[in-house]
Write a protein that binds this ligand. Structure first.
Ligand code: IFM
Length: 459
């Protein structure tokens, strides 16, 4: 006998996207370069020299995309605003064409009763801002942008996310060089992370003032780090990796300052020698810990760790599993649904946010349309099934999770991987821009319509 796992009433069943990954029209209607346009133009940074110039052409096809979401039965949609489309120079003059585009999109979503949840920063920083996130002024520029955006759309959009996954634009962008702007300097990553968190802290009251009946939070990418063995070295490496990926962001957001063990590690690694060590100014930590209405989490995988590489290089994630093709997605990420349960429970019980939303979860598989146009992506269905069950188990354990968003609505520009990785519920033929909903897209629509699923794992 299978058991039907029913989700709470009004649970949001959505999909997620980000502006640079789907919009295209990179040089149209007054939009100027973001740091990702510049990074993608730099030889060797993005696979196949791909870029976001056209991607899914959503800037022109938004109506068709909203219609598809409606037809498939999804009840919510998370998307991001392109700062360089709205304030092309990062500060100052507002571009009316940018505002108009999002007005059209929001109005259409509301017309078909799809709930919008908007991310204010998903990595497309205006290239015109001097020194990007290394410059404290960028945090204030972000708050100004938020005021413009929330004043323009806050009469209709009520759910706001300040920043998506600050780990990526800071550590991937400034320590590991894999994201824009491609710098490799751990100290600079710490500075960038601080300015991103400060930007969040400054933005929250701005969003509240411009949209008093709205809700605001931040999205973190989180996941568990397990030691490869019980050796002291492996345990310590897992502690460090967890500190950098999870606690470096959770702790200050919930009023605990930066974790001391990590500060010690970074000082030992010499990270503070390349920057002004007093980058945390009086009042910053209180500003960062400003109360929010929800914590949003993106979850994909766990990591199994054996060593910390010197000077904070990306922690060494080793896989001991025998058959990677079956146990990993095409990103090389292990399928580990229990990690989602664990991540939700840890965030809720250890940090006590009022509410949790899963703003991203999904899998990259390259299944393509057959002769009839059908995309049979059974591995994605299995991935989603097991992870949605993990969310349901967390709710049963007492966590108020109020929404789940599949990454992603459609295949799109997967950052440094370009178009080689396909996370979409909808297959996109980049030559013709034809959209083919995959089997998972219809399956997920049924989950949304029934507000739950037949459990596969033991209850
Ligand atoms: O595509 C990204 C998204 O922009 C942020 N979270 C992870 C996704 C998959 O890598």
């Amino acid at each position: 006998m299978t058991e039907f796992m029913k989700f709470p009433e009004n649970f949001a069943w959505g999909t997620a996207t980000a502006a640079y990954q789907i919009e295209g029209a990179a040089h149209e209607d007054g939009r100027k370069d973001s740091i990702w346009d510049v990074f993608a133009r730099t030889p060797g940074k993005v696979a196949n020299a791909d870029n976001g110039d056209v991607t899914d052409d959503h800037y022109h096809r938004w109506k068709e995309d909203v219609a598809l979401m409606k037809e498939l039965g999804y009840t919510a949609y998370r998307f991001s605003l392109a700062w360089p489309r709205i304030i092309p120079d990062g500060r100052g003059k507002v571009n009316p064409a940018g505002i108009d585009f999002y007005n059209r999109l929001i109005d259409e979503l509301l017309k078909v009763e799809i709930h919008p949840i908007v991310t204010l920063y998903h990595w497309d920083l205006p290239a015109a801002l001097p020194d990007g996130w290394l410059n404290r002024e960028t945090s204030f520029a972000f708050a100004e942008f938020c005021q413009v955006a929330v004043r323009a759309f806050g009469d209709r959009v009520k759910d706001w996310i300040t920043i998506n996954e600050p780990f990526c634009p800071s550590f991937l962008g400034y320590a590991y060089g894999r994201h824009a702007p491609g710098i490799q300097d751990l100290g600079k990553a710490l500075l960038a992370a601080h300015h991103l968190l400060l930007a969040h802290g400054l933005a929250v009251p701005v969003v509240r003032a411009a949209c008093p009946d709205g809700r605001v939070g931040i999205t973190l990418n989180e996941g568990p780090f397990y030691p490869a063995t019980r050796s002291v070295e492996n345990l310590d490496a897992a502690r460090h990796a967890d500190g950098e990926f999870n606690r470096w962001f959770l702790d200050p957001l919930y009023g605990r300052h930066y974790p001391l063990d990590m500060l010690q590690d970074y000082v030992k690694a010499g990270a503070l020698e390349t920057i002004e060590p007093k980058f945390i100014l009086a009042g910053d930590m209180q500003q960062i810990a400003v109360p929010t209405d929800f914590l949003a989490l993106n979850y994909y995988t766990r990591s199994v760790i054996d060593t910390v590489k010197p000077a904070g290089n990306f922690p060494n994630n080793i896989s001991t599993l025998a058959n990677p093709a079956e146990t990993h997605t095409e990103m090389g990420w292990e399928i580990f649904p229990f990690g989602l349960y664990e991540t939700i429970c840890r965030a809720y019980f250890a940090y006590k946010p009022p509410e949790i939303i899963i703003t991203e979860n999904g899998a990259s598989y390259s299944d393509a349309p057959d002769a009839s146009g059908r995309v049979s992506d059974i591995r994605r269905i299995a991935y989603l099934q097991s992870h949605i069950e993990a969310v349901g188990q967390a709710i049963r354990a007492g966590v108020p999770v109020t929404g789940y968003y599949v990454w992603s609505l459609m295949d799109n520009f997967e950052w440094a991987f370009g178009y080689a990785q396909r996370f979409g519920l909808i297959y996109v033929d980049y030559k013709t821009q034809k959209r083919h909903p995959k089997d998972s897209a219809f399956w997920y629509g049924q989950v949304a319509r029934k507000n739950g699923l037949e459990m596969k794992a033991a209850g």
